[in-house]
Design a binder for this molecule. Structure first.
Ligand code: NOJ
Length: 732
């Protein structure tokens, strides 16, 4: 069909979306309705039982039996395939209902941005939003209009490989990032976003992916739900249910969670999609007897689309005939799907996302690469620096390690065909004009014969050794849980040998999760956490090493001191027997063989300047609803280089109906300070900021005392305290 030509589902002038949806619904057969609820893998296979079987996609499309389809590929090829399938759906099916085309565009389409855990560390919502918008625009001109992002799970366990896809451990910041990503994708990028994974997926027991999850009502509302609530408020059009059992019932069939909390409490009226084959997994979980039972249970929870299983389609009619499901349930789901399609604009113009002529000028452009480079530089976190950084250009370097000249910098989700073009660290340093030799020294997980010897010789011949170590793209992400969150042994052996040379050594890490870095903290002169930095990773890291960019990233997830501490996170609840440093009281909440505190806390990260945060000054002692208090600090750069700092406001509700976290992030402000420069940084505090989900099961603030903590990381903020009293609580 020709582009922009009105299609059969296009609205008549003046017709509203609800009117168009009802008109179409009235024309649909049961089979066509059930077909809308099926999301095909986009090839001639589907998930039946625990296996994938052949199915004739094109035939099903002609019969109006597929509502959406996953697709991936090289941009032009992808667009061609999408056009082909859309043509069949629009021209050859009875009603011509256009398809949605879906893809995991998690941190980039062809231009790859740093992983979400990385970009969350930049504490700049605008940059994050731009990355999402750019990714959506790149995908959209190839026909992709439904993106399975953002992931807004709140993780506490770095063994879980999918921490890489999250915005870290803080619900407040996670909520800000969630809204920024939804707006970037939907408002700026024009596609449909999808919050995932509803709910509690990150709380997998033992950090093992897909594992069971239990959470209290308080944890549900105060920890896991806020980023979903923020995404819903930002207008997200879709939510994906999680794989896991949540409080005894798999999320996809968890009626209280999906129908009750998501649709009821949060008022979400968009499309709920299952995760990949999760409806089938209801049988594995032991809550569904067979496929029909699984379909019935998922529909009862108000699931609208099943991803890659076709149980609604194949068993729906029988379930309807036997009264196990009702036409009202099916209609409600189809109504939501059709509404989303109208809102996206594909019902009026099925080809509005297929702009092949724009692909070359839109995808992987120099502007997008520049955005990615900036974001990667802003996302990196300087964990240690004794002054060796930035590197002086007249120093001879030995660049050592498996990531010295590796393009393995994309991270866990990458549909990009441009991996071979990634800027490696060696490329970045070379472009800066550094004089250096490169020695791989070790593989990522296996030693290289003679590698250590050659690396040591190179280090000895240089002024500074730069160790490029970490995890490759296969070591974090889905189904990539690790028991030992260490830098693999062969790389550690390499680092130890290089350290023995006594040469100043800088560790540049590229990886997808918090790692155990105690040994490195002791033995390295500097540590730069670069995460999986994306297409321009090597250049961005070189920018930082050379001092052309000033590091300013702050950790959004604690780096444990030992795996035995996990889960270790900054916003924990107080215990009745808090550990007090320096006391020898036995009955305290502590370990006999190590500290409670993580190695690097939430909010931590150095810059090239050295900032000092002054005492907190409050504008008053009491806060009444409707009023505002101001908390102010002076931040001064006492170093000899510029500083990019993120000043952080934490609050603590000292006494409430529920035990409240020892610290909760409630504000961030970024400052740039030249050497010797200082700035006053103020935060407004009002009553709505103090609300939480109380013991009475309502959102409210409660009168009483609050601590105000401001600092340059969560740990130092604890030592910089003031307070105020909320004179009266307010219930929402
Ligand atoms: C499984 C993952 O859990 C989910 O995040 C992703 O969107 C789907 N697969 C589709 O690829």
């Amino acid at each position: 069909m020709e582009k922009n030509k009105p299609c059969r589902t296009a609205r008549r002038p003046g017709q509203t979306i609800p009117e168009a949806v009802e008109e179409l619904l009235a024309k649909m057969t049961t089979a066509e309705k059930l077909g809308q609820m099926y999301q095909s893998i986009g090839a001639d296979i589907t998930t039946v039982g625990t296996t994938q079987v052949k199915e004739p996609v094109e035939e099903l499309l002609r019969a109006g039996q597929i509502g959406s389809m996953m697709q991936v590929g090289e941009p032009h090829d992808l667009a061609k395939r999408i056009r082909h399938f859309q043509d069949i759906a629009v021209n050859e099916s009875r009603l011509g209902i256009p398809l949605l085309f879906c893809l995991d565009v998690i941190h980039g389409f062809e231009t790859i941005f740093p992983i979400p855990l990385a970009w969350s560390c930049c504490f700049d919502e605008e940059l994050i939003r731009q990355a999402a918008a750019t990714s959506a625009r790149e995908a959209a001109c190839c026909g992709i209009n439904y993106i399975f992002s953002p992931m807004v799970d709140i993780p506490h366990d770095p063994r879980w490989g999918r921490v890489a896809e999250t915005a870290g451990e803080d619900p407040w910041w996670g909520s800000r990032v969630s809204a920024a990503l939804v707006k970037g994708m939907q408002e700026d990028g024009g596609v449909m976003a999808c919050l995932k994974h509803y709910l509690g997926y990150a709380a997998a027991e033992a950090g093992r992916d897909y594992n069971t999850v239990e959470f209290s009502d308080s944890a549900l509302h105060n920890t896991y739900l806020p980023p979903f609530a923020a995404g819903v408020k930002a207008g997200v059009k879709s939510v994906m249910t999680a794989f896991n059992v949540a409080n005894g019932v798999p999320a996809v069939a968890n009626r209280p969670l999906v129908e009750g909390v998501l649709r009821g409490e949060l008022g979400f009226d968009g499309v709920v999609v299952s995760d990949y084959a999760a409806v089938m997994e209801l049988m594995e979980h032991g809550v569904a007897e067979d496929e029909a039972d699984a379909a019935e249970k998922a529909l009862a929870a108000t699931l609208d689309i099943e991803m890659t299983t076709n149980y609604f389609r194949r068993h729906g009619e029988a379930l309807l005939n036997s009264g196990r499901i009702t036409m009202e349930q099916v209609d409600a789901a189809v109504r939501r799907i059709l509404t989303a399609k109208y809102e996206l604009g594909v019902m009026d113009d099925p080809y509005r996302f297929l702009r092949e002529e724009e692909i070359d000028s839109t995808v992987y452009t120099p502007e997008h690469l520049a955005q990615s480079r900036t974001l990667a530089a802003r996302s990196a976190v300087l964990l240690k620096n004794d002054g060796v950084l930035p590197l002086a250009k007249d120093k001879k370097l030995a660049l050592i390690g498996p990531f010295a000249d590796s393009s393995d910098l994309f991270g866990c989700w990458c549909c990009s065909t441009r991996k071979a073009e990634v800027a490696t660290l060696a490329t970045g340093l070379r472009e800066k004009g550094f004089d250096f030799t490169v020695e791989e020294g070790s593989g990522v997980q296996q030693p290289i014969e003679g590698g250590i010897e050659r690396a040591v010789a190179a280090a000895k011949a240089a002024d500074v050794a730069v160790l490029a170590l970490g995890e490759d793209d296969q070591m974090s992400g889905e189904a990539c849980s690790r028991m030992n969150i260490t830098i693999p042994e062969c790389q550690q052996a390499l680092a130890e040998a290089v350290a023995v040379t006594g040469k100043p050594t800088v560790l540049v890490l590229t990886n997808g999760r918090p790692l155990l870095l105690n040994w490195y903290d002791e033995h390295m002169n500097a540590i730069l956490e670069g995460w999986a930095p994306g297409s321009e990773g090597g250049r961005a890291l070189a920018d930082l090493l050379a001092g052309d960019e000033v590091p300013g990233g702050k950790l959004t997830m604690s780096f444990p001191w030992h795996t035995g501490q996990i889960p270790v996170y900054y916003n924990e609840l107080p215990t009745g027997r808090p550990f007090v440093e320096g006391t020898d009281e036995h009955f305290q909440s502590k370990y006999l063989d190590g500290p409670n505190a993580p190695l690097y806390p939430f909010g931590y990260g150095l810059t090239y300047g050295r900032c000092v945060c002054g005492a907190v000054k409050m504008s008053g002692e009491n806060l009444a609803p409707g009023e505002t208090l101001t908390a102010t600090v002076t931040v001064r750069n006492e170093g000899s280089l510029p500083a990019r700092e993120t000043v952080q406001l934490y609050l603590r509700d000292r006494c409430a109906s529920l035990s409240r976290p020892v610290q909760e992030l409630r504000g961030v402000k970024q400052v740039w300070l030249e050497p010797g420069q200082q700035a006053e940084v103020s935060f407004a505090i009002d009553e709505p900021m103090l609300r939480f989900y109380t013991a009475r099961g309502v959102w409210a603030s409660e009168a009483g005392g609050f601590d105000v903590m401001i600092g340059l990381d969560s740990r130092s903020a604890k030592q910089n305290k003031a307070g105020f009293t909320l004179t009266a609580g307010v219930q929402e």
